[in-house]
Design a binder for this molecule. Structure first.
Ligand SMILES: NC(=O)C1=CN([C@@H]2O[C@H](COP(=O)(O)OP(=O)(O)OC[C@H]3O[C@@H](n4cnc5c(N)ncnc54)[C@H](O)[C@@H]3O)[C@@H](O)[C@H]2O)C=CC1
Ligand SMILES: O=C(O)[C@@H]1CCC=N1
Length: 255
């Protein structure tokens, strides 16, 4: 049986572990290593807590899930034995990963938090993997949602749209709910309505043959209230606000 090992047990690692457990991967086949929080995950999910080196020795796929600026520090004393290494470290290239781990079997990925419910979209770029490692990675990424092969030069924009994207969607939902509250809706009801509206709209778009722009028109009755709202978005340069935030995200230097 394949064992998945996570070095680093923060938000991203926990989202991935939740996704694996949700697909029926046994907690006995998930190992975690972290100076502080690994023991808590053993308590919470029954996953196995190991030292980083023992985790590498015993795992078939090792996920690097600590912060990008910890790469050198965490890997310095570890022997990866040419095991399959999957990095989620934003901004860290395959070349940097090879140099830090001294392995040839590496996949650079950029997932998002929706992997926790097996609805993630993950970009990946890899070195030439053995057939066994290719299969192992495919099984792993399929558990987490959909995935796309991406040139490393496009990881920064992917990270902004898909990796940070959930935060921006949560921000929009919160703003929609707050506007509802400001206009008299009870707080929980406002949040529930805003959440279901975004969920339903995303599903409608995903299942539709129409574009997002065309679907906007379908909501906008002639002479109706939606036109007033959309015009106000335009007056306040809503699209520019989004484009500006994505640019700031892309231009952020992780190290
Ligand atoms: N949070 C997200 O939605 C996404 C995060 N990522 C990447 O995931 C990685 C982790 O980010 P988050 O989970 O958000 O941060 P976080 O702050 O929640 O987790 C960082 C974790 O690093 C671990 N750590 C710290 N020192 C360590 C050491 N010496 N040895 C082993 N582990 C150590 C700890 O377990 C800590 O919980 C980052 O590289 C980030 O770029 C990538 C895509 C999305
Ligand atoms: O905030 C970050 O740096 C990471 C990368 C994409 C989402 N979270």
């Amino acid at each position: 049986m394949i064992k998945y090992g996570f070095i680093g047990t923060g938000n991203m690692a926990q989202a991935m572990i939740k996704g694996l457990l949700g697909k029926g991967v046994s907690a006995n086949n998930i190992a975690v290593s972290s100076p502080r929080s690994a023991a808590k995950l053993t308590e919470k999910w029954g996953v196995i807590s190991l030292s980083a080196q023992k985790l590498i020795d015993e795992s078939s796929l090792i996920v690097l899930a600590f912060l990008p600026n910890q790469l050198e520090n965490v890997t310095a004393k570890l022997d990866f034995q040419d095991k399959l290494v999957v990095s989620v470290l934003a901004g860290i290239t395959l070349e940097q990963l090879i140099s830090a781990t001294h392995t040839t079997q590496i996949v650079r990925t950029l997932p998002n938090v929706n992997v926790a419910i097996n609805q993630g979209v993950t970009a990946f770029s890899k070195t030439e993997l053995t057939t066994t490692n290719s299969t192992t990675f495919k099984i792993f990424s399929d558990y987490l949602g959909s995935s796309v092969v991406l040139a490393e030069s496009q990881f920064a924009i992917f990270s902004a749209v898909a990796g940070s994207g959930p935060a921006y969607v949560f921000k929009y939902i919160d703003a929609l709910a707050q506007a509802g509250i400001a206009n008299g809706l009870e707080a929980k009801l406002a949040t529930d309505i805003a959440t279901q509206t975004v969920l339903g709209s995303a599903k409608t778009l995903a299942l539709s043959t129409q574009t997002a722009k065309e679907l906007q028109n379908a909501v906008t009755s002639p002479g109706g209230s939606t036109r007033a709202g959309l015009d106000d978005f335009d007056t306040h340069n809503f699209d520019d606000v989004i484009a500006h935030a994505i640019k700031a995200t892309v231009e952020h230097k992780h190290l």
